[in-house]
Design a protein around this ligand. Structure first.
Ligand SMILES: Nc1nc2c(ncn2[C@@H]2O[C@H](COP(=O)(O)OP(=O)(O)OP(=O)(O)O)[C@@H](O)[C@H]2O)c(=O)[nH]1
Ligand SMILES: [Mg+2]
Length: 259
């Protein structure tokens, strides 16, 4: 039987906390003396708060790309993901060489690069191959202040799971800086989707936003139980145990994977 390996992708909108969570999870696994490695897929990042075991910046130089192809910052990131896809065999060989039990994958800031472009999807599927993959989708609390914002980001999380075909745990990041009132709103919405619908309807100015709000909720109820959302803080470590517990439960449910 091959050694089990687990891959955890950090996903979320720009600045949602993917990189800091990678560091926090790395420390968590390391402190438990578990065999863990990190992979940075963000070719554009300047500084990382952890030392990646595998780093696409060793394969792709974003400054050279920008200059050579005369690109703007977004164009350069698109070109870099396409270039990473052409080098995916090298990345996979490095992963196999290290052979960690747990691989933490930090993805680029722009979620659309990774989840919506075929190069990003190819990269994620090759990395997940022969392992048990999961993903953490981070909701940035600053985008979830209003009920429409919160439900739209949940919708995005479903769309990303759909695009990448990856199991997904949704967490609200940076809960150490969420104001008390916002936390109460979020807890209400998480515990009772009906209260989210009611709040969407009470703020919706037009019949379109009212109808759209309801339709969004129907999709959310069909595809996701909002009850599974976990508020976490990668800074203070709050609920990191709970997050990992959820992953272990999901992996346990798919225990026949290697049999
Ligand atoms: N208070 C607080 N700030 C956090 C937390 N996690 C991340 N941040 C801050 O949020 C900002 C973005 O964090 P990153 O981890 O770089 O987010 P990211 O999703 O990797 O960002 P990009 O890769 O640029 O899209 C930084 O200023 C972090 O210090 C947290 O748990 N609490
Ligand atoms: Mg990052």
């Amino acid at each position: 039987m091959a050694q089990r390996s687990y891959v955890i992708f950090m996903l979320g909108t720009a600045g949602s906390g993917k990189t800091v969570l990678t560091r926090t999870l790395y420390d968590w696994f390391n402190e438990k003396h578990l065999d863990v490695a990190t992979l940075n897929l963000d070719a554009g990042v300047r500084r990382l708060p952890y030392n990646p075991d595998i780093d696409v910046r060793d394969l792709v130089n974003i400054d050279n790309l920008t200059e050579k192809l005369d690109l703007g910052p977004n164009g350069a990131m698109i070109a870099s993901m396409d270039l990473i896809a052409t080098k995916i065999d090298e990345i996979k060989a490095e992963i196999d060489y290290i052979g960690p039990e747990y691989l933490l994958v930090d993805t680029p800031g722009q979620i659309e690069l990774f989840a919506y472009r075929s190069s990003g999807r190819l990269v994620s599927s090759v990395i997940s191959d022969e392992s048990q993959p999961t993903s953490v989708f981070l909701i940035d609390p600053s985008l979830a202040m209003r009920p429409e914002g919160f439900s739209s980001i949940l919708l995005l999380s479903i769309s990303v799971a759909f695009q990448l075909s990856l199991p997904q745990i949704v967490a609200i990041s940076k809960d150490d800086i969420i104001e008390k009132e916002q936390m109460e709103n979020l807890e209400n919405w998480i515990e009772s989707p009906d209260s989210l619908v009611a709040d969407i309807q009470s703020v919706g100015q037009t019949s379109l936003s009212q109808q759209l709000g309801l339709s969004i909720m129907e999709i959310l109820e069909q595809f996701k139980t909002t009850g599974d959302l976990i508020p976490i803080s990668a800074n203070t470590g709050h609920n990191i145990d709970t997050l990992i517990g959820q992953m272990e439960r999901d992996w346990g449910e798919r225990d026949d994977f290697y049999e």
